[in-house]
Ligand binder design. Structure first.
Ligand SMILES: Nc1ncnc2c1ncn2[C@@H]1O[C@H](COP(=O)(O)OP(=O)(O)O)[C@@H](O)[C@H]1O
Ligand SMILES: [Mg+2]
Length: 246
């Protein structure tokens, strides 16, 4: 592993500040390494913010001439520092699977910062057949594919949150494509008529089946909704589970 920097200032379980001599990138993955009470610890983190500074060029400088003349002798004095968001403590990588745990103690001050190894970035890889590929890491120079567990997505609740234009719709359509290719069926309440443009296919055939809404599901009572999806009136247990999902 290549060292790229060292932590400075106070540390917290979820973030540290660091200083570096290299032009690192926002979003880049790093590892933090230190020994605490004889125990060696490794953390996985992501560079959250960066700033470059020159101690000879304070914000109080008044004229451009002054700044120009300082620039000439102080160019080599530029420093790069930033913030690392800690994603988890690496508690082992068996069978090319990496396991992370939420850290409960702040890292040791002056912990060393390393470039995350490709082996470690396998944490984003497929851990079983239930994983589907949704893309690759943009922040890494090498190709690092990113997989998610499709079972976790369909069994639990999932929210895709980001600013407009960040790629939410694209992410959802990549997920839909993967679920359809696995033989799944998805019901999409499509308020923005996105599916009209969709070219989703299964076995070469168009996979989108438009059903025009005649009722507003949001205004249905749980009992009415249950009867629509085929839960029998005497299926109390099923109905109780169904109600908790609403
Ligand atoms: N992973 C991606 N790689 C490249 N372009 C993307 C990616 N995701 C989205 N885009 C593009 O960015 C734009 C906004 O994406 P979109 O999914 O509509 O964002 P959102 O739904 O968050 O507003 C679109 O033009 C889309 O083609
Ligand atoms: Mg969108």
């Amino acid at each position: 592993m290549r060292q790229i920097g060292i932590c400075i200032g106070s540390t917290r379980p979820n973030r540290v500040y660091f200083i570096t001599d290299e032009l690192v990138r926002i979003g880049q993955f790093v590892t933090l390494s230190y020994t605490d009470g004889g125990e060696k610890k490794n953390l996985l983190g992501m560079i959250q913010s960066l700033e470059r500074d020159n101690p000879y060029l304070p914000e109080t400088i008044k004229t451009t001439q002054q700044a120009e003349s300082i620039k000439k002798f102080s160019e080599k004095e530029n420093t790069i520092k930033g913030e690392i968001h800690i994603l988890g403590e690496i508690i082992g990588d068996r069978d090319s699977k990496v396991f992370l745990q939420i850290p409960r103690t702040p890292p040791l001050p002056a912990s060393e910062v390393f470039e995350a190894s490709p082996q470690l970035l396998k944490v984003f890889g497929a851990k079983s057949k239930k994983f589907v590929r949704i893309g690759r890491l943009l922040s890494e120079r090498e190709e690092v594919p990113v997989y998610v567990d499709v079972e976790q997505i369909v069994l639990r609740h999932l929210a895709v949150l980001a600013v407009t234009g960040a790629g939410k719709s694209n992410t959802v359509s990549v997920l839909l494509k993967n679920i359809i290719n696995l033989g799944g069926t998805v019901a999409v309440f499509d308020f923005h008529r996105w599916s009209l443009k969709s070219k989703l296919t299964r076995n070469g055939k168009k996979a989108v089946n438009h059903i025009h809404p005649l009722i507003n599901p949001a205004s249905l009572k749980p009992k009415e909704f249950a009867s629509f999806i085929g839960i029998k009136p005497n299926a109390y247990v099923q109905f109780r589970y169904f109600q908790t999902c609403l």
